[in-house]
Design a protein around this ligand. Structure first.
Ligand code: ADP
Ligand code: MG
Length: 242
């Protein structure tokens, strides 16, 4: 068996008196599709924030490709290939679709001509090439979700973390995003999918993890996790949002 691409060991994060996360242990294998579920407030986004460097954990270690990245700033993690989308798309307003991709490319240190070529490549990949020069304000919800993915893909990530990338979409639109994520995965990108839409995350994931109040309560195949009594109790027992 190959070595994990990403390992999270004993990671904890507190906000004031609240233990939002951990300690948790998570492995992600190269090219894996991992689903992360759990009720609202269970620590999913906090875990992702620790992995991407938005927060530093109080305890524990995060390694990527065997290197300790626990204290590495977010932009250096992005350069190493760890990228995430945000739960709520936040495009740069007053800019075109293309310009929204040139900003992160500039941040990554890509030179102008190369950046433009890379942006065009990614726009074709996500199916937004026809919208290249349009203002982001004209995009539909689905197109905004695709732009959010495109802004991550320009960095050519090894790990893509999609934080509720399908929230608010119709079934057909969910299929559209899923197909895109499967395509990226086939091209070798490991993907962590945080998702409340159970049929989508179950269809996508090879393995799933369920968090509750910052702790892992189940880990296994989608079927094993969905049928786990602890998951049934904490997740299916409560009202979840779409
Ligand atoms: P999830 O993504 O699973 O819905 P979060 O990771 O966003 O959960 O939140 C876990 C817990 O941590 C919640 O109780 C939330 O209110 C709290 N929390 C998350 N981020 C912050 C923050 N920046 N400041 C204070 N509390 C936070
Ligand atoms: Mg969240």
């Amino acid at each position: 068996m190959s070595a994990p691409l990403l390992t999270v060991r004993g990671v904890t994060k507190t906000f004031g008196a609240l233990r939002a996360l951990g300690p948790v242990d998570v492995d992600l294998m190269p090219g894996e599709r991992l689903g992360l579920i759990g009720p609202n407030g269970s620590g999913k986004t906090t875990l992702i924030n620790c992995i991407t460097g938005l927060f530093f954990p109080e305890e524990g270690t995060i390694t990527f490709n065997g290197e300790d990245i626990t204290r590495l700033p977010a932009y250096l993690r992005a350069r190493k290939g760890i990228s995430r989308t945000f739960q709520i798309p936040r495009p740069f307003t007053g800019m075109s679709v293309l310009e929204n991709l040139l900003v992160p490319l500039d941040y990554l240190g890509t030179r102008a001509k190369k950046a433009r070529d890379r942006a065009d490549e990614v726009l074709i990949q996500v199916g937004l090439d026809a919208r290249r020069d349009n203002a982001v304000e004209t995009l539909s919800q689905l197109e905004l979700r695709k732009l959010e993915l495109a802004r991550v893909l320009v960095a050519d990530p090894k790990v893509l973390i999609a934080d509720e990338a399908m929230a608010g979409l119709s079934e057909a639109e969910i299929d559209d995003i899923l197909a895109l994520l499967f395509k990226l995965n086939e091209a070798g990108v490991a993907i962590i999918m945080i998702e409340h839409i159970m049929h989508a995350v179950m269809r996508f994931s090879q393995r799933m993890i369920c968090l509750e109040t910052g702790n892992m309560v189940a880990c296994g195949t989608p079927k094993e996790v969905a049928e786990d009594p602890k998951v049934q109790k904490v997740y299916f027992g409560e009202q979840t949002h779409r």
